[in-house]
Design a protein around this ligand. Structure first.
Ligand SMILES: Nc1ncnc2c1ncn2[C@@H]1O[C@H](COP(=O)(O)OP(=O)(O)O)[C@@H](O)[C@H]1O
Ligand SMILES: [Mg+2]
Length: 348
């Protein structure tokens, strides 16, 4: 099973299958036995055009409220697609008889901070996994920087797509038996041609960017919960600085604040903002993450960490709007979700 050290952030690896030493391969073998291993060599992304219709009995709930949703109701696209990094178009996914995603379409543009919300079991993690390439859609299309992808893609295709995609797991993913330095530098040790000294320097710099100093030699068990989150975030944003071109990065966070107290949640929400290109990291430098998607239930995270929301219910997008409008929306589904009421269209 994946190690459960308390951290959630992990970039999807682009392993070329070579290991600098026996150290990491044995750690992988002992720590990872699930889909993460298969993701070592295969990564995919997906996104979708904004939904314009709400169907299947939900058609009375109009996409209203915001300038953004007004745009959705118009015939024209809001803007050109030149800045679209990921697009999912009419994506379907079933598990056996359970039809989880039933025609989901949206786009993630460069610079966006998007939240995906909705009741439990509605397919939020599933869509993240499809975007990340851990799952292939049954039907529908997935585009990465305008390039259509079929099923899961290989490392080679990923590098052609020119977009790095990191998935931040809901549950922990730090390797308990590796130091902080080894955890943060993991993919560089595995995949890059950087020297150990270069990696070590970059790890220290990246840790400083998320507000951590002098923890490189510690084990995860020697860190507080909040520190583990920072280490994991550092691991998700570190990249090979010796490459000629640096691809933009999209980070996908699956319930990053689940189980945290309100103050620890605020710290994580601000960290998510800080590593975004519109934010500023702990060193006062502009963050590097081009766009991100956060799946969350938590109202504080909705308010603090994202600008635009996509509401998923029964496999479809039933509302989209700006975060500001979430609490003032007249859409009954949104109102019920925002207030936590038992009365309304969402049945438990
Ligand atoms: N690999 C899988 N095999 C079978 N069922 C799955 C699998 N992954 C998810 N599901 C089911 O799909 C539904 C949606 O799951 P998920 O995307 O995790 O929902 P959410 O993140 O919105 O709570 C759930 O009923 C879940 O049990
Ligand atoms: Mg989930």
């Amino acid at each position: 099973m994946v190690s459960t050290s308390g951290s959630t952030l992990f970039p999807l690896p682009l392993s070329r299958g070579y290991s600098r030493s026996g150290l990491f391969s044995s750690v992988i073998a002992s720590n990872l036995s699930n889909s993460w291993i298969s993701s070592q060599k295969k990564i995919v992304c997906a996104c979708m055009t904004p939904s314009r219709n709400v169907s299947d009995g939900l058609s009375s709930y109009k996409l209203t409220d915001s300038p953004y949703t007004r745009i959705l109701n118009s015939v024209e696209e809001p803007e050109s697609d030149s800045d679209v990094l990921i697009e999912c178009k009419n994506v379907y996914k079933s598990f056996g008889e359970k039809h989880i995603l039933r025609g989901v379409s949206f786009k993630i543009r460069h610079g966006e901070a998007v939240g995906i919300i909705g009741p439990s079991g509605t397919g939020k993690s599933t869509i993240l996994k499809i975007i990340a390439g851990l799952l292939a859609p049954d039907k529908g299309e997935v585009y990465v920087q305008g390039k259509k992808r079929e099923g899961l893609i290989s490392d080679e295709e990923i590098s052609i797509s020119g977009l790095r995609i990191g998935l931040v797991f809901q549950s922990a993913a730090l390797f308990d038996s590796l130091t902080v330095r080894e955890n943060v530098g993991f993919l560089l040790y595995e995949n890059s041609k950087m020297s150990d000294e270069q990696i070590s320097e970059l790890v220290t710099e990246t840790l400083a960017a998320v507000g951590l100093k002098g923890v490189e030699d510690r084990l995860p068990s020697e860190l507080s919960g909040g520190m583990k989150k920072r280490v994991a975030l550092a691991r998700s944003i570190i990249f090979d600085t010796t490459k000629d071109t640096v691809e933009p990065e999209v980070l996908l966070y699956d319930e990053p604040t689940a189980g945290l107290d309100p103050i620890a949640s605020t710290v994580v929400e601000d960290l998510i903002r800080s590593v975004h290109i519109k934010g500023e990291d702990a060193l006062g430098k502009s963050g590097k993450v081009a766009s991100y998607v956060v799946v969350t239930h938590q109202h504080s995270t909705i308010r603090r960490a994202v600008d635009r929301l996509i509401f998923l219910y029964e496999g479809k997008i039933v509302w989209e709007g700006l975060t500001d409008e979430f609490t003032t929306s007249t859409n009954p589904i949104v109102q019920q979700f925002a207030s936590g009421s038992l009365d309304g269209p969402i049945k438990y």
